[in-house]
Design a protein around this ligand. Structure first.
Ligand SMILES: Cc1cc2nc3c(=O)[nH]c(=O)nc-3n(C[C@H](O)[C@H](O)[C@H](O)COP(=O)(O)O)c2cc1C
Length: 213
């Protein structure tokens, strides 16, 4: 854990649609001054290439450089770990503590985490977060959900994780896709207890309206 930054937050992007949510989350954490530990699955790289204009190299060191440049991060603020980087701090409960967000979370990774598979570093880091009772937020994106997906989400919720589906509301009258992305990222930051200005908190809107949650 580097000095000079707020507590590390681990962000894993997996191969569900909605790579923009994960990238925006990294950006928001960087601008809030947090150290950010990033893992991007192979399928997530394909989704990123399909859904965004970003061109991100798979190798962790180059990926950290590319993300740092993209989000104007300070040196050392973003660290990236590979699929089998078992020496990374997130791989063990004795490593430095960090909250973890899997955003977006594929149903494949959801299932692996619910079962404790730990076959790659993302799954292992989530397993560590669960056993150490650390904050773990999963942002699945699929529709409709099968009974398997729903059972895994229920199991994870019962284990103490937060399942926060990528299902933005519309009551803030979004004007753009960015507004919809920020809706979800704001909810994630709320779960982590991190202040943000992405959208007003309930009851703090300028209009004083009474729209629902
Ligand atoms: C463009 C694209 C979009 C996808 N969208 C979803 C999705 O929304 N939800 C999902 O669970 N899987 C989705 N998948 C399938 C996953 O990427 C696939 O199951 C993969 O094995 C997940 O691996 P990972 O969990 O290691 O990232 C998508 C794949 C591609 C290429």
């Amino acid at each position: 854990m580097a000095e000079g930054f707020k507590s590390p937050v681990t962000v894993a992007l997996t191969g569900a649609s909605g790579a923009q949510y994960g990238l925006r989350l990294i950006e928001a954490l960087v601008s809030a001054g947090h150290e950010v530990w990033v893992m991007i699955s192979k399928a997530a790289h394909l989704v990123i290439a399909t859904e965004t204009e970003a061109s991100l190299p798979p190798r962790p060191a180059l990926l950290a450089e590319a993300l740092s440049e993209r989000f104007s991060a300070a040196e050392g603020q973003i660290r990236c770990f590979g699929r089998e980087d078992w020496m990374a701090p997130v791989a063990s409960g004795s490593g430095a503590s960090s909250a973890m967000v899997i955003c977006p979370c594929s149903t494949g990774t959801l299932s692996a985490v619910a079962c404790g598979a730990s076959n790659n570093l993302i799954e292992r880091a989530a397993d560590v977060a669960l056993k150490e009772r650390r904050r773990l937020v999963l942002v699945p994106r699929e529709t409709p959900f099968s009974a398997i997906h729903l059972e895994h989400m229920l199991s994870l919720t019962r284990m103490g994780a937060v399942v926060l589906p990528a299902a933005p509301g519309f009551y803030h009258q979004p004007q753009s896709i960015d507004d919809l992305i920020d809706f979800i990222v704001a909810r994630i930051l709320n779960q982590l207890g991190i202040d943000h200005q992405l959208m007003p908190r309930w009851g703090e809107g300028a209009s004083g309206s009474t729209v629902g949650d």
